[in-house]
Design a binder for this molecule. Structure first.
Ligand SMILES: Nc1ncnc2c1ncn2[C@@H]1O[C@H](COP(=O)(O)OP(=O)(O)OP(=O)(O)O)[C@@H](O)[C@H]1O
Ligand SMILES: [Mg+2]
Length: 317
């Protein structure tokens, strides 16, 4: 399919020399939640001649482990891993092939991490896919169905995907994102939803990332995060890692005048998450009200008496 590589990181396709992107070399570990890892690996299986791999959508709150999960799944298949970071100004050429002016004034073509994975039989994570606009997504429509190719307008070539090529997309459930059109969403299936880790797993995650942290600080942080999860507040394992990192740095800063562990930990909560996080119950209540779960509809009494006023006619409701 591709003519002989001139060097390890270039290939020629349709008469065009392409410089390939370097693979990601990190080796993250996944702790707990085995089922969702199995689900991704199932999506990437090909069970018969006419079968095609699926491109799952991994969704969940920020900092919950979506990218890590995709990376670990890719690593376990022992294929080269490429990560494409999607942003709101990603253009189709960034996603596929970018022209670069070389020193001799000639144009050379650089294959994106996605196209490199397609050529080398690697795995590509399209990270934070909901940040990318519709025009860029449209260029991937043929890749994500039975056609399994992309067209680079810039290089004037069609690029078929290697049989071993696999991909997945991570998406955040927050509002700072584009609406992805339905014809693309229908190609990014199934949707695998990553939830907050259980207490035992969250403890193991923090211990793994912060082996130098004292057990009591880790346990305080896990208790805090577990309470937040139960109250439906969006604090993640990543927040836990940052809280502990900061608290430990503050404790180690001035051994002659050490802060107490409690003070350092509270300061870390405040600096990482904001003062409001020191009162999780109050924060959850305010969030619940903001979402419109307060007593509705407004009655005449609401105009004359404040909420919680003992004289309010609804107080005995
Ligand atoms: N189950 C887990 N095992 C190991 N590490 C985890 C796990 N869950 C979360 N982490 C750690 O939490 C941090 C955040 O994870 P990651 O960056 O994958 O989250 P994300 O969901 O992709 O976040 P974002 O939405 O901001 O991109 C990383 O340091 C990651 O290693
Ligand atoms: Mg991520």
């Amino acid at each position: 399919m591709y003519s002989n590589a001139q060097s390890l990181n270039t290939v020629t396709l349709g008469g065009v020399n392409l410089t390939l992107s370097p693979p990601d070399k990190s080796e993250p570990e996944w702790i707990g939640q085995e089922e969702i890892l199995k689900q991704i690996l199932a999506c990437w299986l090909v069970v018969g001649e006419k079968d095609l791999p699926l491109a799952p959508r991994i969704v969940g709150m920020p900092g919950i482990g979506k990218t890590t999960l995709g990376m670990v799944a890719a690593r376990s298949r022992k294929q080269p891993l490429y990560i494409f970071q999607c942003t709101s100004d990603t253009r189709p050429e960034d996603l596929l092939i970018t022209p670069v002016l070389s020193e001799q004034g000639k144009i050379s073509y650089h294959a994106s991490p996605l196209v490199t994975a397609m050529i080398t039989g690697g795995i590509c994570i399209l990270d934070e896919g909901n940040r990318m606009n519709e025009k860029s997504w449209a260029s991937l429509a043929p890749l994500l169905d039975h056609r399994r190719y992309v067209e680079s307008i810039i290089a004037g070539i069609q690029i078929p995907a290697h049989a071993e090529f696999r991909c997945c997309v991570t998406m955040n459930q927050d509002e700072s994102t584009f609406e992805i059109p339905d014809y693309i969403l229908s190609r990014l299936q199934p949707t695998l939803s990553l939830g907050m880790p259980a207490e035992r797993d969250e403890l193991a995650i923090l211990q793994y990332h912060l082996p130098f942290a004292s057990q009591d600080l880790i346990e305080m942080t896990v208790q805090f995060l577990q309470t937040a999860h139960k109250l439906d507040l969006d604090y993640s394992p990543r927040d836990g890692i940052h809280i502990l990192q900061y608290a430990i740095k503050r404790l180690g800063q001035d051994p002659a005048h050490p802060l107490s562990k409690d003070d350092a930990w509270r300061e870390a909560i405040e600096c990482v998450l904001g003062e409001e996080a020191l009162d999780l119950q109050g924060l959850a209540e305010r969030k619940r009200r903001a979402l419109g779960n307060e007593r509705l509809p407004m009655g005449l009494g609401d105009f004359f008496f404040g909420e919680g006023d003992p004289l309010h006619p609804d107080m005995d409701r």
